[in-house]
Structure formats: structure tokens, C-alpha cells
Design a protein around this ligand. Structure first.
Ligand code: AN7
Length: 356
């Protein structure tokens, strides 16, 4: 059997790497595209929805796709340190890949605003984690300044190699389906991922690997929806901490993806996010973090709004990217669901509570 060695190895011909690029990999990605029967049924008989479950990456989020590229290129340049601001997943990924490469990693996070699992990851991988009194946008401003003044590589998605790595998600989807989907839903935070997916689809189209392009549907949290509102949000708020971002770095690129693909970027409320979060866990058996559920919350919303035109005898193929694993943020799950009851260690007591 040919072994799977990560995306740089698999998609080398589409990536800016050479024989001299030292490939730093954790055999990331090749994540499953899971058919979602219940979700499809909710939308209607000719819908076929697939979940691109990016939580099944080495560090539990889609960030590993971009990080294998960004860290490999930092090594190629001979740099010794990397830095990022993060709502949690970028820092977890940067810390892991930097550890593997033997690079110093500095992570700047908004104080008290990142999920427990992500904080633990950054720390255990040995990154220098520094919390700032401010939000993600403040943290990003600081690391940008530092990277301009010190010999340290910025590995946020402003780094073009991050986008290059992340575009491979589109390749995987098209390779799996044998064609391009009709619509692609994903959460939007700093807007790197929607930029990357659109770039990937366009490149596969140019290489004649697919005959059509999907319409891109991005979803921001209502309290952190600068692109939807048309202006930066000073104090973004949402339960989906991963996308609590008020001034996305790839704002214009996200608008380009929306406009070129004839798609949309819309906002979903925290309660819509939580209800999609529970639906995925309880009806599809897929546990994601709240931000990831924004893609499905948005799909439900558009379904109800009759956004999708009914096309006779044609299956409408929709992808929802589920960006991060549910275990990243166990506190969000516990806040959503009642704690378990405690009874006597006795058959009758347990049977009664279990409702058997
Ligand atoms: C689970 O880790 O910005 O629109 O610093 O962790 O490409 O930013 C995370 C973003 C969606 C949004 N879902 O993606 C960070 C960070 C999850 C995320 C997004 C993030 P972008």
C-alpha cells in the first residue's frame, strides 16, 4: 500500500514547493467527506449534503493544511522562530508544527477568550503563549508589528503559504466527488479559509479537473459580522470564540470569493449556531466546535428562506466545512446540555432514570 504522507506530498504539483523545501508534516488531512442524511432530508428530497470533517486533522482543525506549508517554507528560508495571533486553532497548529520543526513559536491570544483544549495544545507543545488585554484584532495588530521588526515569520493566514496549503481542501472534495459541488458553506472569521477554498476551486477549474465552480456561502456570527454589516466591529461577541473577529485580514478576498462565485456572506445568531451544533452531534453523530456549526446553521437558514432554487431531477450537492473538532471546546458542550443526574449505585435507580 502506498502510504499517505500529507498534503505537500499529495498535491506537490499545485503547491509552491521545490526539492529544497524541507517538508514538515504530521501526515495531515485527507479528511473524510461524510454524507449527512438527516441534514439533507431537512432541506428537501433532492439535496445531498456532505460534511468535510476537518476536525480529524492532527491538531483537530483545518489549520494544519496551511501550517504544514507555512512552517515548511519558514524552514526553507532558514528562519528560527514563528509568531501568530489566534482565537486558538491557529496557535494549536503553529505550536505543534513548530515543535516538530524545532522552531521557536510565539503565540499571542486574547485574554480569557480561547477554548480550553486549544490553550492546552499551545502550552503542551511548548509555545511561548502570551495573553493580551484585548481581542483577536488587537493581538493580530501586535504580531504584525513584531514580524515587521524582528526576524520572526508570521504564520497567520496573511502568510500566503497558509492559503496555498488550505486550498487543498477543495482539491480533496473534487477528487472525492469526481466533480465540483453546487454550493459550499463555511464559517468566516479572519476569512482566510473562504479565500483558500475559492482559490483551490478556481485552480482545479483552470487545470480542467472540474467543469463547474461552486457558489461560496460564508457565515459569520451575528455579533461578529463585519463583512455582513460592512464595517469593522469594535467589540465582537459570540459563543463561537474561534470566529470572534471584528476586522478580518482577508476581508476583500472573501468579498471576491462571494462575488465571483455568485455566493453570499450572511450572519447567523448564537442560538442558530447552538442548534446546528446540537443537530450535528445528536442527529449525524459528528461533534464539532461551535464556530464550525456556523456553516450548518447558515445552511438551515438559507434552506428556510428558500434560497436554493428547486431544480427538477437534479441533485443539489452541498458541502459544509466543519472546521474544528468538538473536543477543542468541551465547556461549550457542557454549557449547552444539562449535567448528568446522580443516583444511587443500584439497578432500580439507574433503570428508572434511564427510562427503560
Ligand atoms: C474552528 O485560530 O482565526 O475565516 O486564530 O478556528 O479562515 O479565519 C480561527 C478561525 C472557522 C475561521 N472555524 O476561519 C485562529 C482563527 C474554526 C476556526 C474559523 C476559525 P477563517
Amino acid at each position: 500500500m502506498k502510504s499517505y504522507l500529507g498534503i505537500i506530498n499529495r498535491y506537490q504539483q499545485y503547491l509552491p514547493v521545490t526539492k529544497n523545501t524541507p517538508v514538515i508534516t504530521l501526515n495531515e488531512v485527507n479528511t473524510p467527506l461524510i454524507y449527512a442524511p438527516k441534514l439533507s432530508a431537512e432541506l428537501g428530497p433532492n439535496f445531498r449534503v456532505y460534511l468535510k470533517y476537518e476536525g480529524l486533522n492532527p491538531t483537530g482543525s483545518f489549520k494544519d493544511r496551511g501550517m504544514t506549508m507555512a512552517i515548511s517554507k519558514a524552514m526553507e528560508k532558514g528562519l528560527k522562530a514563528v509568531i501568530c495571533a489566534s482565537t486558538g486553532n491557529t496557535s494549536a497548529s503553529a505550536a505543534a508544527y513548530a515543535a516538530r520543526a524545532g522552531l521557536k513559536c510565539i503565540v499571542v491570544i486574547p485574554e480569557g477568550a480561547i477554548a480550553l483544549g486549544k490553550l492546552a495544545q499551545g502550552l503542551i507543545h511548548g509555545a511561548k503563549v502570551i495573553a493580551v488585554r484585548g481581542n483577536f484584532d488587537d493581538a493580530l495588530r501586535v504580531v504584525r508589528e513584531i514580524s515587521q521588526n524582528y526576524k520572526v515569520e508570521l504564520v497567520n493566514s496573511i502568510n500566503p503559504y497558509r492559503i496555498e496549503g488550505q486550498k487543498t481542501a477543495s482539491f480533496e472534495i473534487c477528487d472525492f466527488l469526481g466533480l465540483a459541488p453546487d454550493f459550499h458553506c463555511l464559517p468566516v472569521g479572519n476569512a482566510g479559509n473562504i479565500t483558500a477554498y475559492w482559490k483551490g476551486y478556481k485552480e482545479y477549474y483552470a487545470y480542467k479537473k472540474i467543469k463547474s465552480l461552486p457558489r461560496m456561502l460564508g457565515f459569520q456570527a451575528l455579533g461578529a459580522a463585519p463583512i455582513v454589516k460592512g464595517h469593522p466591529i469594535k467589540n465582537p461577541r459570540t459563543i463561537a470564540t474561534a470566529i470572534k473577529i471584528g476586522n478580518p485580514a482577508s476581508w476583500e478576498k472573501a468579498e471576491e470569493a462571494r462575488d465571483e462565485s455568485k455566493g453570499a456572506i450572511k450572519a447567523v445568531s448564537d442560538s442558530q449556531i447552538i442548534s446546528a451544533y446540537k443537530f450535528l452531534a445528536q442527529k449525524e453523530g459528528v461533534f464539532v466546535e461551535p464556530a464550525s456549526a456556523a456553516s450548518v446553521a447558515g445552511l438551515f437558514m438559507l434552506g428556510k428562506e428558500k434560497f436554493f432554487p428547486p431544480i427538477k431531477n437534479k441533485e443539489i450537492k452541498i458541502i459544509c466545512t466543519l472546521t474544528g473538532h468538538g473536543l477543542k471546546d468541551p465547556q461549550a458542550a457542557l454549557k449547552t446540555i444539562k449535567s448528568p443526574p446522580v443516583v444511587k449505585a443500584q439497578l432500580e435507580a439507574v433503570v428508572k432514570k434511564a427510562g427503560l
